[in-house]
Design a protein around this ligand. Structure first.
Ligand code: FA5
Length: 332
């Protein structure tokens, strides 16, 4: 009996070491160690043996059981390790391959438009000025000839900051406060542009954003007039868009310029897009900054950079600029 069991165990060990999946191991396990196995049958027969023989046969059966259990465990371990290795192989990321797909980032469209604007104006002899995004009523309104009672304050849809007196501190609603800050600190002649972020309670639509960008321009010199303003804008548009875009000035009203105009550019479909306001600097504004309006004159303008970017890159909707959809942004 013992020789037969040993031969069976040796064969089972071979089958276990050749097994290729866990189901096969389970089947062999049941075959050689289960209730219907030769080993279990041999154990049942032990009771009929002489005590001396029973002891020897019992030890032999136990030894074979232990061998077989070890062989089953080894086969299970081997196949589990193989399965893990196969899973790692299937799920692993080949980073060296991905490296070759990494795309070079690029500047956001609004930044590209702003850089280009700065280049054009610097090329025309302007320097770049800056101002804070949080402003006081003095800089955002009063020094710009918009006193508290003035109806024009309402048109700026201002976002106020809860600081100091009510409606005293605000997110700047235009870049025009930079005119005041510059004139306070600089002796004329002045030739500056000031690009930056501006904020209004406007609802986002195809041509509006609540946080948008403007570029302010300010020239203060002797003998400056409306003709200089028109020529500068025309020259700028030619450089920025390159010839195809038409411009027009429409009479308008801003408390800080007199006369004032709205400045439009032509869209490819022939319609007009309002780009900004402009005009001859109001004498009160020069005086508010300690500049003698009898001696110095100036012009100023304020354009929407986001609208310029939308025109330049032919976007139908200005909101595309802030959707952060990389599939869209990658095109530029
Ligand atoms: C002003 O803000 C004046 N400070 C411009 C100015 C400067 C006039 C100097 C005279 C002298 P206005 O509110 O029209 O003006 O805004 C100017 C431009 O900013 C608009 O023509 C438009 O191009 C852009 N703009 C205004 N509101 C928004 C908005 N919500 N989203 C995007 N662009 C806007």
């Amino acid at each position: 009996m013992s020789a037969e069991l040993k031969a069976g165990a040796a064969e089972a060990e071979q089958r276990l070491s050749a097994a290729t999946d866990l189901d096969e191991v389970r089947a062999i396990d049941a075959d050689v160690l289960g209730k219907k196995s030769a080993l279990t049958a041999a154990k049942k027969q032990l009771g009929g043996l002489e005590p001396e023989d029973r002891k020897a046969a019992g030890m032999a059966i136990n030894e074979i059981r232990q061998r077989l259990e070890a062989a089953v465990a080894a086969a299970n371990d081997r196949l589990a390790a193989d399965a893990r290795a196969a899973q790692y192989e299937a799920e692993c990321l080949d980073l060296s391959e991905k490296l070759s797909e990494i795309r070079r980032g690029s500047l956001h469209l609004t930044t590209q438009a702003r850089d280009r604007l700065e280049d054009v104006f610097v090329g025309m002899g302007f320097t770049i000025a800056e101002g804070p995004e949080v402003e006081t009523a003095w800089y955002n309104f009063e020094a710009l000839n918009i006193p508290e009672w003035h109806p024009a304050r309402g048109s700026f849809d201002t976002i106020f900051v809860d600081l100091g007196e009510p409606e005293e501190v605000m997110l700047r609603s235009h870049t025009s406060p930079v005119q005041i800050r510059t004139m306070e600190n600089t002796e004329p002649p002045i030739y500056i542009v000031a690009p930056g972020r501006t904020f209004r309670t406007d609802t986002a639509d195809a041509t509006h954003l609540p946080a948008f960008n403007q570029i302010e321009g300010l020239v203060v010199d002797r003998g400056i007039g409306l003709g200089d303003l028109a020529g500068t804008i025309d020259e700028f548009v030619k450089s920025f868009f390159g010839g195809e875009v038409k411009t027009r000035l429409r009479p308008s009203y801003f408390p800080f310029t007199e006369p004032s105009a709205e400045f439009d550019i032509s869209r490819p479909d022939g319609s007009w897009l309002e780009l900004g306001g402009c005009g001859v600097v109001h004498p009160n504004v020069l005086a508010n900054c300690g500049i003698d309006p009898e001696e110095w004159q100036g012009f100023a303008f304020g354009f929407g950079i986001d609208r310029l970017a939308a025109m330049r890159y032919q976007l139908d909707d200005i909101r595309e600029l802030v959707n952060s959809d990389v599939r869209f942004l990658r095109q530029f």
